[in-house]
Design a protein around this ligand. Structure first.
Ligand SMILES: [Zn+2]
Length: 618
């Protein structure tokens, strides 16, 4: 029978194909073309089987058939002949993808026949829209206009933010809190807060339109602040009950879990009991607990310090004391072990040249925990500088007495010797801290300069200068810290199976930008291509599917029929981060198209500012 002949014919071609595959040793490009063809053949097989007993089977061509789509009306966009990497980590394949309104209608290795716009993706990669796994954009989303603060993320292919990190939740406050001023100055210049609950916040941003999709966490820091400000004493029972109830309500209204910021006020004051209560709550809600650890450096002002031990350590590394960043990691791994909460360690970094060598040990602790059944992952960016606020260098004992401490000679002298010791033995200090936005009229002229340069310009001692900026900015001068890691560490973290990719980038309204605002994800892809640290498919998984799985985002993160049409198209051969050490606001090369919920928001590197296609993800 003719049909059987055709089946036989196809089987032979597959066999031929496998033989070719086995003998293949040539270029990846050849393999990809071959893989595409093989998949096309496989997809033809079930079709033949299904129609095998029907008379019209004779009309089937041995070539891959065209996929017909029943058009239903609405808006169709066909991304034709690209290399489809679906976000699952599986090997990519040549094919086409059809968008229908806000959904992915069809993905096929053969040609798709459909009316509507056609975008030729030959030579380009089609991937799920990038999910930024660690973001603070919940604070920017309510700002009207100021596209320059949001659209650079679109420019690098981001379609979704997971915001509310590091304890800085944007909502979930005690009604009529008297501490609203302390909350609103957390991230960006005072933002008028016209909401208390997460639900009210979501309504607010939805009403005004959103440039991106967004999921948020309830922030332990801001919720706690709304109850008792920056009071450093342990919480009483009623306060704890109220805080847990507010965090629970935020999660019930759609927050993805709770974030902790243990290096900032007021998270820095939280006790082990408090952390366990929060972890138990998050576990009960089946959500995720994320943590900005108490320390990211071997020597951290958050821990008691003894000069003789540090000096001993200098002669014989880590004999004198346990590196503080590893203690901080253990603290949270133990919370996860004890409570069973799913834990996400935020922006894993190893600050200061002396901390670099703790990376291996840190990862071992994570691996050991995973083996013991702890559900822990971490996130990482592609640069070795990162953003923070100036208060991050101040210890809890000092912050607990602020603002009085700024004028207390005894406390200042103790602090100066501690910070001096850290600078000297850690390999991180005021020479590494760049003020991006001083948050003070008097000091904004120094935006972009490093603390040591500013001290020189003001003819001030390094310590007095740093304290003056901390005090006048009320602790929240925006800084970009350098020596946060080094390139080998970034590569190690990229490769680690538990890492997710993120920016942690806060766009600066003035002054110098964090390069991650513009080039973070292209830089990851560039590293994957040039240094072959991980495959294209793995890199994409860590910026889409893996993050969707981690945060239980149900209908995004993958290219799959029926899911939301969040899609990024880029040129794998040419994708490149264009930032340099001095120029940090450069648009990347190679992002060709971005779709958010089926709406094209970027075309050939140019963002359409008018489109507000984002949604709240709960
Ligand atoms: Zn953080």
């Amino acid at each position: 029978m003719k049909t059987n002949d055709q089946v036989q014919n196809i089987k032979e071609r597959i066999k031929e194909g496998f033989e070719t595959l086995l003998s293949i040793s040539s270029s990846r490009r050849k393999f990809l073309t071959f893989a595409g063809k093989t998949i096309a053949l496989f997809s033809a097989l079930p079709f033949l089987k299904f129609t095998g007993n029907h008379a019209n089977a004779a009309t089937v061509s041995p070539k891959a058939p065209k996929t017909m789509v029943n058009l239903k009306g609405g808006n169709y966009i066909l991304l034709k002949n690209g290399f489809i990497v679906d976000g699952s980590g599986k090997k990519g394949f040549n094919g086409s993808l059809l968008i229908h309104d806000d959904r992915i209608e069809k993905i096929s290795t053969s040609e798709i026949n459909a009316a509507g716009r056609i975008i030729d993706c030959a030579g380009l990669v089609i991937m799920p829209g990038i999910i930024d796994a660690h973001s603070h954009m919940d604070w920017y989303m309510p700002i009207q206009g100021h596209n320059e603060l949001k659209l650079p993320f679109t420019g690098q292919g981001v379609t979704t933010f997971v915001a509310g990190q590091c304890g800085y939740g944007v909502a979930g406050f005690r009604k009529n809190t008297t501490f609203i001023n302390k909350i609103s100055r957390g991230i960006i210049n005072p933002l008028p807060i016209e909401w208390d609950t997460m639900g009210q916040y979501f309504d607010h941003v939805k009403r005004n339109g959103m440039t991106h999709n967004m999921m948020t966490l309830a922030g332990h820091g801001t919720t706690r602040t709304s109850i008792r400000g920056f009071n450093a004493t342990p919480m009483n029972r009623d306060e704890m009950k109220e805080m847990l109830a507010l965090l629970e309500r935020s999660m019930d209204e759609g927050a993805a879990g709770v974030s902790l910021g243990l290096q900032y006020e007021p998270g820095i004051f939280s006790t082990g009991d408090e952390l366990r209560e929060i972890a138990k709550l998050v576990k009960r809600k089946n959500k995720l607990l994320t943590v900005h650890l108490r320390a990211y450096s071997a020597l951290s002002p958050g821990y008691p310090m003894s000069t003789p031990k540090i000096l001993l350590d200098y002669v014989s590394p880590f004999d004198g004391y346990e590196p503080h960043n590893l203690l901080a990691m253990d603290e949270m791994l133990n919370v996860a072990r004890d409570t069973g909460v799913r834990l996400q360690i935020s922006h894993l970094i190893f600050v200061g040249t002396r901390t670099f060598k703790t990376c291996e040990d840190g990862l071992k602790r994570i691996d050991r925990a995973i083996k013991q059944g702890v559900d822990v992952k971490f996130d990482t960016y592609s640069y070795h500088c990162g953003q923070s606020i100036i208060n991050v260098i101040l210890p809890a004992w000092f912050l607990a007495k602020v603002p009085g401490a700024y004028n207390d000679k005894k406390m200042l002298s103790k602090l100066k010797s501690e910070l001096g010791l850290i600078q000297r033995f850690l390999g991180f200090g005021t020479k590494d801290i760049q003020i991006t936005y001083a948050n003070s009229e008097e000091l904004n002229q120094y935006n972009g300069m490093f603390l040591d340069q500013i001290a020189q310009k003001r003819s001030m001692d390094w310590f007095d200068n740093a304290m003056d900026i901390a005090q006048k900015s009320k602790g929240v001068a925006n800084v970009l810290n350098h020596s946060y890691s080094n390139l080998p560490i970034i590569e190690t973290l990229m490769r680690h199976p538990a890492s997710l990719f993120m920016t942690d980038a806060l766009p600066a309204p003035r002054g110098v930008q964090n390069p991650a605002v513009y080039g973070n994800f292209p830089r990851f892809l560039q590293f994957a291509r040039e240094k072959k640290i991980i495959s294209l498919e793995e890199a994409i998984y860590k910026m889409s599917g893996a993050t969707a799985e981690r945060y239980s985002i149900k209908n995004r993160g993958f290219l799959k029929e029926g899911l939301a049409a969040d899609i990024t198209v880029f040129d794998w051969k040419n994708i490149r981060d264009n930032n340099t050490l001095i120029e940090t606001s450069k648009t990347p090369t190679g992002i060709e198209a971005v779709f958010i919920n089926g709406k094209q928001v970027l075309s050939k590197g140019k963002v359409d500012a008018a489109i507000k296609a984002g949604k709240i993800i709960v």
